[in-house]
Design a protein around this ligand. Structure first.
Ligand code: CA
Length: 310
């Protein structure tokens, strides 16, 4: 009798294993072109072994996607970060044997990937930004109120550059470019963002809060974002997004980026119950219990790209 039970248990276990393999074989996330992920300000590829895109690359790979995680300067202008990313995209194209990539960028990663699409459209199949401040961030505008050239500005830049250097040092593939906090701030405030958009307008909505063009120069443009600064009381970074949300004066935001500023190309959704860190499934998967898992949103998007033959 006990032997029969053991056999039954083994059978169930092996049947489950077969079913898991069958799922992997469905190719739900098997896009034609590789998926390339680009982090935001103070971001990284892996920090002490922990993904910036927490659990996302592994999930996408499990169902067939080829995923590359890039690392660029933690703090710099969108153009400087874009040049760094372009070099990595050229490498990925050479390694993968595919002529193009699907670029996904979180936060400052959004303008960074747009730069690559604008200067080398031949290498890009699609652009997807997540919680990106395309029209600037009220939080950056707030910090920009520190008088330029003042001792306060020097102190702020010094602390932020030092923090970025530590993150860079502890990450898997440290970037060799210098940290430039004031350059990052210049790109992320609304005046700097407007200047960037005038040079690289692809996919940017022409109205204050509408959608942008869905396809420019043969490249599809997509975006999504959250509007809930506080989502999980167990996550200490809710303090950061909670404080950041106070700079928005009532406009819907994810704690660091406003709802309308996040719009690029086709807006998949702009009101997820997510804050700026939830958008990359941080911290360590601590997100809202009352919202779709951020990982599922990426999974569905990979399937969207696949269905668009991208
Ligand atoms: Ca969180």
């Amino acid at each position: 009798m006990n032997n029969n039970k053991t056999l039954l248990a083994l059978c169930i276990a092996s049947c489950l294993a077969v079913s898991a393999q069958a799922d992997a074989a469905t190719g739900y996330t098997q896009t034609k072109y590789p998926i390339v992920l680009t982090h935001g300000m103070l971001g990284f590829d892996k920090l002490l072994g922990v993904d910036y895109w927490y659990g996302i690359p592994a999930t996408l790979r499990r169902d067939g996607a080829k995923v590359y995680v890039t690392e660029v300067s933690q703090l710099n202008t969108s153009e400087a970060r874009g040049e760094e990313l372009l070099a990595q995209v050229e490498e990925i194209v050479a390694i993968s044997g595919q002529s193009k990539v699907n670029l996904l960028g979180h936060s400052h990663g959004g303008p960074t990937i747009r730069y690559v699409a604008a200067v080398r459209p031949d290498l890009v199949a699609s652009i997807t930004s997540i919680g990106a401040p395309h029209k600037g961030s009220a939080a950056a505008d707030f910090i920009r109120n520190v008088p330029p050239g003042s001792a306060g500005e020097a102190l702020l830049a010094g602390i932020t550059n030092a923090l970025a250097s530590v993150i860079n040092l502890l990450s898997s593939n440290p970037s060799s470019s210098p940290q430039n906090a004031l350059g990052a701030l210049e790109s992320l405030n609304s005046v700097g963002a407007a200047r960037f958009n005038a040079k690289f307008p692809q996919g940017i909505p022409t109205s204050a809060c509408g959608e942008g063009a869905y396809r420019v120069n043969g490249i599809n443009y997509y975006s999504w974002s959250g509007i809930s600064p506080l989502t999980n009381f167990l996550d200490p970074t809710d303090l950061l997004t909670g404080a950041g949300s106070l700079t928005f004066k009532g406009e819907a935001n994810d704690g660091l980026v406003g709802r309308c500023s996040s719009h690029l190309g086709q807006v998949i959704r702009d009101n997820y119950r997510m804050n700026h860190l939830d958008e990359v499934n941080q911290t360590l998967g601590l997100t809202s219990l009352f919202e779709t898992s951020p990982v599922s949103v990426y999974r569905q998007h990979a399937n969207r790209l696949k269905n668009a033959s991208l």
